[in-house]
Design a protein around this ligand. Structure first.
Ligand SMILES: Cc1cc2nc3c(=O)[nH]c(=O)nc-3n(C[C@H](O)[C@H](O)[C@H](O)COP(=O)(O)O)c2cc1C
Length: 197
């Protein structure tokens, strides 16, 4: 399968959080319409956040705008909460025991109503039991992120010279060394799977 095709599917950019853990996802979809609509999220089984949602059975989605500080994407999307405290590096708010991103457009707080095994991922169906819209900034799409990631995530720019290629999916990390807790933002593997270009 040519990855350029799935890149053409329009998706947004979100921070998914649960107790003690959180990560960037682009796989949020509305499933039903009511006062408490259902949404779906697809979470890689390697992600610590997957393990934590399985335990806690609730999660929150913070919707990110094009104005979000790129550090939020770098911190939540390129490190694992297993050995890295993401919540003390970004301004967060507490909603019934789950942290959300302070600078988000809106949040949705969900209870898990269904869990579907989907190959590399788990699809969680969540019922939105609480939500709040903070502003009307333009939501960031995955393609906006893709086109602007070098400026959004300054640490990962080509000026750092050394390119490390993920041997599983081809994602390129730019930097002198890959941090020990780095995980591939596309396929979730650890630094051992990266080779110097
Ligand atoms: C742009 C972008 C999109 C991502 N989309 C997803 C996604 O939809 N599902 C997923 O499980 N991980 C996705 N990730 C990867 C996770 O955010 C990443 O592996 C994270 O480090 C996992 O952290 P955790 O181990 O603390 O859960 C994405 C990362 C980036 C940068």
């Amino acid at each position: 399968m040519d990855n350029r095709i799935t890149d053409k599917i329009t998706q947004g950019m979100y921070v998914l959080t649960t107790n003690n853990s959180g990560c960037i996802i682009d796989t949020v979809s509305q499933v039903s319409m009511s006062d408490e609509p259902l949404i779906s999220i697809a979470v890689n089984k390697n992600n610590y956040t997957n393990e934590m949602i399985m335990k806690n059975r609730k999660f929150a989605i913070s919707i990110l705008s094009e104005n979000i500080d790129g550090r939020v994407i770098e911190i939540f999307g390129m490190h694992s909460s297993r050995d890295y405290n993401k919540f003390d590096k970004v301004e967060m708010l507490d909603v019934d025991g789950i942290k959300i991103i302070k600078d988000c457009i809106a949040y949705m707080y969900c209870e898990v109503v269904d869990v579907i095994d989907a190959d590399t991922h788990t699809v969680f169906i969540g019922k939105v039991v609480k939500s709040k819209l903070y502003n009307n900034e333009k939501p960031m799409s995955y393609s906006y992120y893709s086109e602007n990631k070098d400026t959004l995530i300054k640490r990962n720019t080509e000026q750092d010279k050394v390119a490390w290629v993920c041997t599983i999916c081809g994602y390129v990390y730019y930097g002198e060394e890959i941090p020990d807790d780095f995980v591939c933002p596309v396929c979730g593997v650890t630094k051992e799977f990266f080779k110097k270009k």
